[in-house]
Design a protein around this ligand. Structure first.
Ligand code: C2E
Ligand code: MG
Ligand code: MG
Ligand code: MG
Length: 280
């Protein structure tokens, strides 16, 4: 009967939920172990000035070197880390490690992603200040990336946090711009230094609509005096479109994939030359 069918569906559903719960519990346990056992590592992707194609900075991207699963990408564990609060110690490790490793690449900006959970935590600003002091990284070299979502819930609290972060001297970038819900008006009323155009618009540049969106975001950045950077640039064609439209910076496989720290150090040594002193 329909009633029995309903029960059957419910039973299957419950079993499924149970499995999911179990899988999540195991992953959570695994994540705790990963923290204790230092299984996280940072890879770094170059941020490139379009004008002369020089590396001006790096974005730190966390990976989990799992003993049996290999290198696990952030999208596979950050969401659960956020739900369980484990993102707080993981995020602190990321920030400290990125600032410390960033000291090896003088002059480069070090961009670090902040989870909305971290952003809303009341100890965030003090933690950032302490890590800057501890590592010696000059604050203006640190760029914190946040997504539009953090502005939605409590605009006043977000503005307060951003203002206090800015007072430390760090820079703030709006990540994945265009994928959230925020109106353009948001950009104007928060102290962002940079807009990162989401890679979905870049991969879709051949379409008239994405083309127009990217063009207008670059224009917006210019009029609000914010740096614009495009992420996910994979082809020379995309790069030349962006250059033509006045986008200042790019990031993407065309210019360099995220690489482990040793490889980045090599890359920086060969590609970024400090400007030579003028001959007397
Ligand atoms: P995101 O901050 O927008 O970082 C850019 C993502 O795009 C990275 O993926 C990067 O590897 C990828 N990417 C860069 N260039 C290209 C390209 O040309 N083509 C394509 N298809 N992809 C490109 P990844 O490393 O897998 O990170 C995914 C997301 O995970 C990040 O997106 C960020 O939201 C989050 N994430 C990464 N590290 C951290 C972290 O330390 N803390 C937090 N809270 N989130 C992180
Ligand atoms: Mg980012
Ligand atoms: Mg991004
Ligand atoms: Mg993105």
């Amino acid at each position: 009967s329909a009633k029995e069918n309903g029960r059957g569906v419910a039973r299957v559903f419950e079993a499924h939920m149970g499995m999911e719960r179990e899988a999540r519990r195991l992953l959570e346990q695994d994540l705790k172990q990963a923290l204790a056992g230092s299984e996280f590592e940072l890879h770094y992707q170059p941020l490139v000035a379009l004008e002369d194609e020089r590396i001006i900075g790096v974005e730190a991207l966390v990976r989990w070197r799992h003993p049996s699963r290999g290198l696990v990408p952030p999208n596979d564990f950050i969401p659960l880390a956020e739900e369980t609060g484990l993102i707080l110690p993981i995020g602190e490790w990321v920030l400290r490690t990125a600032c410390r490793q960033g000291m090896q690449w003088p002059g480069l900006t070090v961009a670090v992603n902040l989870s909305p959970v971290q952003f809303k935590h009341r100890d965030l600003v003090a933690m950032v200040g302490e890590i800057l002091e501890e590592t010696g990284l000059r604050p203006e070299r640190l760029e914190l990336e946040i997504t539009e979502g953090v502005l939605m819930h409590d605009g006043a609290a977000a503005r307060d946090t951003l203002t206090r972060l800015k007072a430390l001297g760090v820079r703030i970038a709006m990540d994945d711009f265009g994928t959230g819900y925020s109106s353009l008006g948001y950009l104007n009323s928060f102290p962002f230094d940079k807009i990162k155009i989401d890679k979905s618009f870049i991969s879709d540049l051949s379409a008239e609509k994405s083309n127009a969106i990217v063009r207008s975001v670059i224009g917006l950045g210019q009029s609000l005096d914010m740096v614009t950077i495009a992420e996910g640039v994979e082809t020379a064609e995309q790069a030349s479109f962006l250059r033509r439209e006045g986008c200042q910076q790019v990031q993407g496989y065309h210019f360099g994939r995220p690489v482990p720290v040793a490889q980045l150090t090599e890359l920086v040594a060969t590609v970024v030359r400090p400007s030579a002193p003028a001959a007397a």
